[in-house]
Design a protein around this ligand. Structure first.
Ligand code: 16G
Ligand code: ZN
Length: 529
């Protein structure tokens, strides 16, 4: 049983700041690190209840990804490496908001509602990012886990992104690869090296890439695993955390939202470069052309490259497996048009946040999902995995070759959640196999000029949306105002949505010229007030 007395006593050491209310949002809880201690303790408690209920290992990750260094956050990872189930997000919010004297009641209530077997063992795995506040906060998680009788393993700071993968492996009996960091790195690298070997007859063989690590975890991870894949790719790291501040003027989020290169990186024209975000689950590519123009290659173009490549392989093996791409409202209009009209790939649109895309992608035999900001991966159904294994033994040479490539591609994509390194290796392998330069990849289609803005408002929750966030429902009149503004421009589109990670409203606009996109975004942001 739960020792409620002990929980209450411990909880006093993790007191909730008075009047603070927080919501479990798109990426868990996020706010200033100094306001998170009680949240961490309570999420430790909640993770144990979830573990008992699912009879599985649950993950707790302490990170605020691309947010400023002073902020932090926490999210729970469900048994198959997925984001926490929605009903439990509500429990998380309730538990976080409970005043000290109500905690016991809320805990009992959650246990009863979810029919948690309190006799059941619980096991929690914990990971954290490199923020200065993360270590102490993860101690508070552990405090919560242990006081309610859970066991745990702390993977420490350099092992964050694969935490999804670790949770998945522990719960699927290791059939998906060894549940160690080492095993994960090796599996990815082996698949990558085999693919580049298959490519070396066509491509230029040796490849190199510049990587901006946002002064975050990606640098540590790359340094650890580099030697496993160095036969196929040499990486040169920038913003590796030795001097700069996390996500400050660098990283995938900075590059994508400012549409400019990170500071601290030396770029020559036509050199292929990429940026991770601080926790290394996003990646964007870019280069300077010979005229000195900066070209960004975002998640949409990665999805296009990958799905095009997979479609070619499928036609070579002659299987009619269905492949689909999942995007969000932020996807550039040109990418959606290209995928649907030229590549004839079905495209779905979901709300922002990996869990929504992930869920939708599971509906396809092969589901490619990417947010424009560079979060994404590819999911393969069990049936596809089995079919491909069979075909890899096939006698006919062409089919067998294609199936072998697919086998490695399946190994390369992290099926539990996107990971910048796994995506990077997959992209590098595909470029090598297809013999494409970064310019040729970029030229698949031309992005519509676009602009993102954030607007501070008194209460961002007055804005609610529908149709995968493309239409505003409230406040009344807002959508009509946006419609009228959009009509003034060519090839235009705009939407607003409340952020799930910051106290702002986000505005997105695209149009036929940068000037029009900027104007439209500005006008829409005025309409939000
Ligand atoms: C979180 C989400 C990311 C999304 C972003 C949007 C995960 C793992 N991360 O970082 O997918 O793009 O939030 O932030 O789901 P926003 O709601 O502030 O625009
Ligand atoms: Zn991230």
């Amino acid at each position: 049983d739960m020792d409620l007395g002990a929980i209450t006593t411990r909880s006093a050491f993790h007191a909730k700041p008075h009047g603070l209310t927080l919501q479990y949002g798109t990426a868990g809880f996020r706010t200033k690190a100094e306001n998170l201690d009680h949240i961490m303790f309570r999420m430790g408690l909640l993770a144990v209840l979830r573990s008992k209920q699912t009879k599985s290992t649950i993950g707790v990750m302490v990170t605020a990804s691309h947010n400023p260094e002073e902020e932090n956050g926490v999210k729970l990872i469900d048994p198959l490496g997925e984001m926490l189930a929605p009903s439990w997000e509500e429990h998380a919010t309730r538990l976080a908001d409970a005043e000290e004297q109500d905690m016991q009641r809320v805990l009992i209530d959650i246990s009863e509602k979810e029919a948690v077997d309190l006799q059941q063992d619980a096991f929690i795995v914990i990971g954290r990012d490199t923020r200065p506040s993360s270590e102490k906060l993860s101690q508070s998680v552990i405090d919560g886990v242990t006081v309610i009788g859970g066991q745990f393993h702390d993977y420490g700071f350099f092992k964050k992104t694969p935490l999804h993968y670790m949770v998945y492996c522990r719960n699927t009996g290791g059939q998906y690869g060894k549940a160690t960091i080492e095993g994960y790195y090796q599996k990815l690298s082996k698949a990558f090296v085999e693919l580049t070997r298959q490519a070396s007859c066509s491509g230029d063989g040796y490849r190199s890439l510049k990587v901006d690590c946002a002064n975050g975890i990606g640098a540590l991870k790359l340094r650890e695993m580099e030697h496993y894949f160095s036969q196929g790719l040499s990486v040169q790291l920038f913003n590796d955390g030795t001097t700069g501040k996390l996500n400050h003027l660098c990283g995938a989020d900075f590059v994508k939202s400012n549409q400019q290169p990170p500071q601290g990186m030396e770029m020559k024209s036509n050199e292929r470069c990429c940026s991770f975000d601080g926790d290394a689950d996003r990646i964007v590519y870019y280069y300077y052309d010979t005229d000195g123009h900066f070209h960004l290659i975002d998640g949409d173009k990665m999805a296009t490259l990958i799905s095009g490549f997979l479609k070619e392989l499928l036609s070579e093996i002659g299987e009619s497996l269905n492949i689909g791409v999942v995007q969000t409202a932020y996807a550039n209009g040109s990418s959606t048009r290209y995928l649907e009209e030229v590549m004839k790939v079905p495209v779905s649109c979901t709300q922002t946040g990996v869990k929504h895309l992930h869920h939708k992608a599971q509906e396809f035999d092969i589901g490619v999902y990417f947010e424009a900001n560079g979060h994404g991966t590819v999911l393969f159904s069990k049936a596809v995995e089995m079919k491909i294994k069979e075909l890899a033994e096939e006698l006919e040479e062409k089919k067998r070759k294609a199936a072998k490539i697919l086998e490695n591609i399946i190994d390369l994509f992290n099926q539990a959640a996107g990971d910048a390194i796994s995506d990077m290796l997959a992209i590098e392998a595909i470029l090598a196999l297809k013999g494409l330069t970064v310019q040729q990849w970029d030229a698949i289609y031309t992005d519509l000029p676009n602009r993102q803005l954030k607007v501070k408002v008194a209460d961002r929750r007055v804005i609610s949306t529908t149709d995968a966030e493309r239409q505003a429902v409230t406040p009344p009149g807002l959508q009509e105002a946006i419609n009228d503004l959009v009509k003034k421009y060519q090839l235009s589109r705009a939407f607003v949505r409340p952020s799930g990670t910051e106290d702002v409203v986000r505005v997105y606009a695209e149009a036929d010229s940068q000037e029009s996109a900027d104007h439209l975004a500005h006008e829409v942001s005025l309409a939000v007030f």
